[in-house]
Design a binder for this molecule. Structure first.
Ligand code: PRT
Ligand code: ZN
Length: 293
């Protein structure tokens, strides 16, 4: 594949049209990149960053990165593992979460993968599936199917499947239950090893990754502002696992202090409930667009 791209630029491959496309484009725009993305385009140049973006099928991204057709790719980890290509897994992006699971018909009574010994298992992930069962010394016959894997047990093609699951509704719809997890996946950045060893390219890549980190970190925190009784301040400071010490400002009333801090999303509700029991009032919460720690 020969493309007329700028040699001074790094090249990034992203999914052209699929589940990851919108989130990936949003991420690139949130980090301030300006680029055109018409549906029919194969690539576009960033107007304000030395990078060209290629739009391809997600199945090809790991190969293009490994071969150096592009320097970076954004793709589901599931496909990177399945490709077995020598690429660097650089950074998880916190979207496109799913897992590759072993599932069987609900009425089969099968609960452990060992019970699939000697059986057929259908999947679109033959390499990952073969490795998974081999590592556990369970001898299965892996059947490669390119789509609609979940209907194969009902068709009598296989006793079990290995397929991607996010909400699980597709499994339920087909009367299947998950009995094990092969791998957890999300959208990740992968890199070509030669590009990462090239100082010119590595510097541009690091600039891009710093921007990604700013957006990802921000999505994990909420910014909280509140008034706290001065008498409770010391205790309140200890329960707020912010970044560093919270910012504390006096208010017109000496009995109250204004406190500003960032709180991790996963502890957020517990902390807010505790703050309320300690008399905090006027709690304002906002999202953070970008955050560098
Ligand atoms: O055209 P192209 O080859 O680029 O795209 P594609 O059709 O091969 O892939 P696409 O766009 O469907 O998925 C791209 C990536 O999204 C995958 O490689 C995963 O990394 C990620 N992803 C996240 C998922 C899901 N969630 C997911 N739920 N990919 C597929 N699914 C399937 C799942 O297997 C099931 O059949 O969606 C269906 C619904 O899932 P439930 O569990 O929500 O019912
Ligand atoms: Zn695909």
């Amino acid at each position: 594949m020969t493309l007329r791209l700028n040699d001074d630029h790094i090249k990034l491959a992203i999914q052209k049209d699929g589940r990851l496309t919108e989130d990936t484009r949003n991420l690139l725009r949130t980090v301030g990149l300006h680029f055109e993305s018409y549906k029919q385009r194969l690539f576009s140049n960033c107007r304000n960053f030395p990078m060209d973006i290629l739009y391809v099928r997600d199945d090809d991204i790991a190969e293009y990165v490994a071969e150096g057709v592009v320097d970076l790719g954004i793709v589901g980890r599931n496909l990177v593992v399945e490709s077995e290509k020598p690429v660097e897994e650089i950074m998880p992006l916190n979207y496109g979460h799913c897992s590759l699971k072993v599932a069987v018909p609900a009425e089969s009574g099968i609960e452990r993968i060992e019970q699939l010994s000697g059986c057929k298992v259908a999947t679109s992930y033959p390499a990952t599936t073969t490795r998974f069962f081999a590592e556990r010394n369970v001898d299965v016959n892996v059947i490669t199917i390119s789509g609609s894997v979940e209907i194969t047990p009902a068709l009598g093609v296989a006793s079990g499947i290995v397929d991607l699951v996010s909400t699980g509704s597709s499994l339920r719809l087909n009367d299947l239950v998950a009995i094990d997890t092969v791998l957890a996946s999300q959208s990740i950045v992968i890199g070509n090893r030669d590009a990462l060893a090239n100082s010119h390219k590595a510097a541009i890549i690091e600039r891009l990754l710093t921007r990604f980190r700013g957006v990802i970190t921000a999505s994990e925190y909420k910014y909280v502002m509140m008034n706290v009784p001065t008498s409770e301040l010391e205790y309140v400071s200890t329960i707020m696992p912010g970044l560093k010490s919270p910012t504390v400002l006096p208010t017109a009333d000496v009995e109250w202090m204004a406190v500003h801090t960032a709180i991790r999303e996963d502890m957020f509700w517990d902390v807010i409930e505790e703050l309320k029991t300690r008399g905090a009032q006027g709690i304002l919460v906002s999202s953070i667009e970008k955050m560098f720690v």
